[in-house]
Design a protein around this ligand. Structure first.
Ligand code: NDP
Length: 489
C-alpha cells in the first residue's frame, strides 16, 4: 500500500496548493511506496511567510533562550520513541542499510541535546569604558528565516543538524528535502509539534529543486541558506542567493584521498579503505574514493582488499546480513554505470566488480580500478557510488601532489605508524577533515567544512552558532554631552 504524506506549513499539514504529487520509490524494490506533495512557488511563499511570522511572534522571539533549549531537549527526548519507525522509513526511501539508518537516528538525540546546550550560552561583548557617560556593547540577534536544503544520501541526519543549529540561535526554518527522500524529514517534523514548538518555527516544503529549491533560495524573506548537495547545485544556489546578498553555507561533494604508507598497520588500512569507499554503497560525500598506495605495498594490498571485498553481501538493505545496499535513485544508478564504462574506455583496469547486478534494486558491485591516471574522469569526478580508484606513489611529496590534485577538498585519510609523518601529512593535505589511522569519524562538536569546491562556510561546533546570528553594536549615552554638530572630535 502506498503511504501518503503532507507538508508542514505554519503548523498545518497540507497538500501542495496546486494539488500535485511526486512518487517516492523504494530503491531496492524499484516500486513507488510513498506519495509526497509536489510543492511550487505558492507553497514556498506560504512557508516562508509562516516562518517569518513565527520569527517575529513573541511566542518564539520573546521566549527565553533556556525555554528554547528546553523545547529542543523535548525533541531529543522524543526521538527514541519513534526511532525504529524513522530508521525504517529512511531505509525504505533511500536504501541505506537499516543498521546504518538506526545509527543515524540514534545520533539525532545527541545532536539536539548538544545544540540545545548552546542556545542559552550566546553572549555579547561589553566594551571597556572609553567615552565617559557612554555604555557600549554588542549583542547577537538571530538572522531570521533559514532555508535548509538537503540531499538524498543522509536526509534526516543532515536536516536535523542544520535545523538544530538554526533553532538554537533563535531562527526559524523552512526545510526542502530531496524530492527522492522526503519522507523521513516529514516524519521527523511531527516531533516539533509534539514537543510544543510554536507553529511556523519549523516548516517543510517538498518538491523539485528547480521549483521549490530555487524559490526558497531567492525568496526575499529568507536570510540564510544552509545547503548540502552537489557542487554544481551549490554553485547555482550561491549565484542565485548573491542577488539578495544572502548568507550561504554550502556543504558539497568530495573526491577524498585515502593515503596508505608502507609503515602502516596494513590490516587496519585495508579495513579503512573498504569502509572508506563501500559504506553506503559509496554514496557519501566523504567517501575515500581515491586510494593512494605506497608502491611497495600496492600489489599485496590490492590482493587482500579484493579478497575481503568480493564476499560482501549485496542486496536488501532491511536484511541484517546485507553489507551493500542499492543506489538510491535511478538517475544516480545510471550515472554510476556510465562511470564504469568511461573508466574502461579511458584504459583503467577493473580488478573487481565493474557491473550492475541483476534482480530487484539498483545494485552495483563494489568495484576497484587500478592503472588509473590522475587525469581520468573516475579520478577527478565525484562518482557517488561503490567505485574505488587506486593510484601508487613513491614518497610523501608525490602522495601530497596526487592527493591535492583535485578540485575537491572535503576529507582525507592517512595511514602511517610514523607520528611525524602523520603531522606533516595533516598539515599539507588540502581537506576540511583529515583522519589518521581511521576513516569516517564525524562529530557535531567540531567544525566541518570543505576546502576548494567542496564547500563554502562551515557547520557545527560551538562557534558556528554565531553564523546564524548578526551582531548589533549599541552606544548608550547615559550622561555624555552630545557633540556639537560639524565639529570633528
Ligand atoms: P543535489 O545537489 O542534486 O541536490 C541537493 C538538494 O538541492 C536537493 O534537495 C535538491 O532537490 C536541491 N536542488 C537541486 N537543484 C536545486 C536548485 N537549482 N536550487 C535549489 N535547490 C536545488 O545533490 P544530491 O541530492 O544528488 O546529493 C548528492 C550530493 O550531495 C553529492 O555531491 C554529495 O557529495 C553531496 N553531499 C555533501 C555532503 C557534505 O557534507 N559535504 C554530505 C552529503 C552529500 P531535488 O532532489 O528535488 O533535485
Amino acid at each position: 500500500m502506498t503511504q501518503s504524506y503532507q507538508m508542514l506549513i505554519g503548523g498545518r499539514w497540507v497538500e501542495a496548493a496546486g494539488g500535485d504529487h511526486l512518487a517516492s520509490e523504494d530503491p531496492y524494490s524499484g516500486k513507488a511506496w510513498a506519495v509526497i506533495p509536489r510543492g511550487a512557488a505558492d507553497d514556498v511563499d506560504a512557508a516562508v511567510e509562516a516562518a517569518d511570522a513565527a520569527f517575529t511572534a513573541p511566542s518564539w522571539r520573546s521566549l527565553p533562550a533556556s525555554a528554547r533549549a528546553a523545547l529542543m531537549r523535548k525533541v531529543a527526548d522524543l526521538i527514541p520513541t519513534v526511532a525504529d519507525g524513522l530508521a525504517e522509513v529512511e531505509t525504505r526511501d533511500n536504501g541505506k542499510l537499516l543498521a546504518a539508518t538506526r545509527g543515524e537516528v540514534a545520533a539525532l538525540a545527541n545532536i539536539f541535546h548538544y545544540f540545545a546546550g548552546l542556545a542559552d550560552k550566546i553572549e555579547g561583548v561589553i566594551a571597556p569604558p572609553e567615552i565617559p557617560g557612554v555604555f557600549a556593547y554588542a549583542c547577537y540577534q538571530p538572522l531570521g528565516v533559514v532555508a535548509v536544503i538537503t540531499p538524498w544520501n543522509s536526509p534526516l541526519l543532515i536536516a536535523a543538524i542544520k535545523t538544530a543549529n538554526a533553532l538554537a540561535a533563535g531562527c526559524t526554518v523552512v526545510i526542502k528535502p530531496s524530492e527522492f527522500t522526503s519522507a523521513s524529514t516529514l516524519e521527523f517534523a511531527k516531533l516539533f509539534e509534539r514537543a510544543g514548538f510554536p507553529p511556523g518555527v519549523v516548516n517543510v516544503v517538498t518538491g523539485l529543486g528547480a521549483e521549490v529549491g530555487e524559490r526558497l533560495v531567492t525568496h526575499p524573506k529568507v536570510a540564510k541558506i544552509q545547503f548540502t548537495g552537489g557542487s554544481a547545485t551549490g554553485r547555482r544556489i550561491n549565484a542565485l542567493a548573491s542577488g539578495g546578498l544572502k548568507k550561504v553555507v554550502l556543504e558539497l561533494g568530495g573526491k577524498s584521498p585515502n593515503v596508505v604508507f608502507d609503515d602502516a598497520d596494513i590490516d587496519a588500512a585495508i579495513r579503512g579503505a573498504i569502509v572508506g569507499i563501500f559504506s553506503s554503497s559509496g554514496q557519501s560525500c566523504i567517501s575515500g574514493s581515491r586510494l593512494l598506495l605506497h608502491r611497495s605495498i600496492h600489489d599485496r594490498f590490492i590482493d587482500r582488499l579484493v579478497a575481503l571485498t568480493k564476499d560482501l553481501r549485496i542486496g536488501d538493505p532491511r536484511r541484517p546480513e546485507t553489507q551493500i545496499g542499492p543506489i538510491t535513485t535511478r538517475p544516480q544508478f545510471d550515472r554510476v554505470i556510465g562511470f564504469l564504462d568511461s573508466a574502461r574506455a579511458e584504459g583503467a583496469e577493473c580488478v573487481m566488480g565493474g557491473a550492475a547486478l541483476d534482480g530487484p534494486g539498483q545494485l552495483v558491485q563494489p568495484t576497484v580500478f587500478t592503472r588509473v591516471r590522475n587525469d581520468m574522469r573516475i579520478v577527478q569526478d565525484e562518482i557517488f557510488g561503490p567505485v574505488l580508484s587506486v593510484i601508487p606513489f613513491e614518497d610523501e611529496d608525490e602522495a601530497i601532489s596526487l592527493a591535492n590534485d583535485s578540485r575537491y577538498g572535503l576529507a582525507a585519510g592517512v595511514w602511517t605508524s610514523d607520528i611525524s609523518r602523520a603531522f606533516r601529512m595533516t598539515e599539507r593535505l588540502e581537506a576540511g577533515t583529515v583522519w589518521v589511522n581511521t576513516y569516517r569519524l564525524l562529530s557535531v562538536l567540531l567544525p566541518s567544512t570543505g576546502y576548494k569546491e567542496s564547500g563554502l562556510g562551515s557547520e557545527n561546533g560551538q562557534q558556528n552558532i554565531l553564523n546564524f546570528m548578526k551582531p548589533k553594536t549599541v552606544f548608550l549615552n547615559h550622561g555624555a554631552q552630545v557633540t556639537a554638530p560639524f565639529i570633528a572630535t
